[in-house]
Design a protein around this ligand. Structure first.
Ligand code: COA
Length: 139
């Protein structure tokens, strides 16, 4: 069956199922729903009725963060992740005003840096930027 790509937010149960498929913890339904709704862009891939991949961008028109890039294990290695990233980058590109500048950040899961390098992302720190930093808050 042909894989199709849609710019839409998945149902929260499908989102949690995608996270679980790659061994990621889920959030409360309430927090997940709010986060999905607050996406600037969300791209999913479907094979028939099954949602097989997702990627989201959050941001403000100047700075964006790509999150939740997930391809179900049985569909990995078939360029689905590449297509999701290309589509998110294209949507962000179209958001950006003429003559403007936008940067897209993300934190790679351990061992996944090489995938993003292939999509044109630069590992930090580099000659132009320091290390990325993160604080996680638990409530
Ligand atoms: C990481 C992930 C999104 C990649 O998606 P995918 O559809 O399997 O990747 P693609 O088939 O589009 O791969 C594109 C290229 O990246 C390479 N690549 C994929 N994963 C890689 C990795 N971990 N390290 C280095 N290169 C990698 C592929 O070999 C391919 O190279 P090629 O263009 O030379 O053939 C997917 O494996 C996944 O969902 N993993 C589990 C969840 C996860 O860790 N997500 C990332 C969160 S930051």
């Amino acid at each position: 069956m042909e894989i199709i790509y849609l710019e839409t937010i998945p149902d929260v149960d499908i989102y949690h199922d995608l996270r679980t498929s790659v061994g990621w913890a889920t959030f409360s339904k309430e927090q997940s729903k709010k986060a999905l709704m607050n996406s600037c862009h969300c791209v999913i891939a479907k094979d028939g009725n099954q949602t097989i991949a997702i990627g989201r961008a959050v941001g403000d028109g100047m700075y964006y963060t790509i999150v939740d890039v997930i391809v179900r294990p049985q569909y990995q290695g078939r360029k689905v992740g590449t297509e999701i990233i290309n589509r998110l980058v294209d949507l962000i590109n179209r958001d950006t005003v003429a003559g403007g500048r936008t940067s897209i950040q993300l934190i790679a899961a351990p061992g996944k840096e090489g995938f993003y390098v292939k999509q044109g992302f630069k590992v930090l720190p580099n000659e132009n930027a320091g290390a990325a930093l993160r604080k996680v808050i638990y409530t």
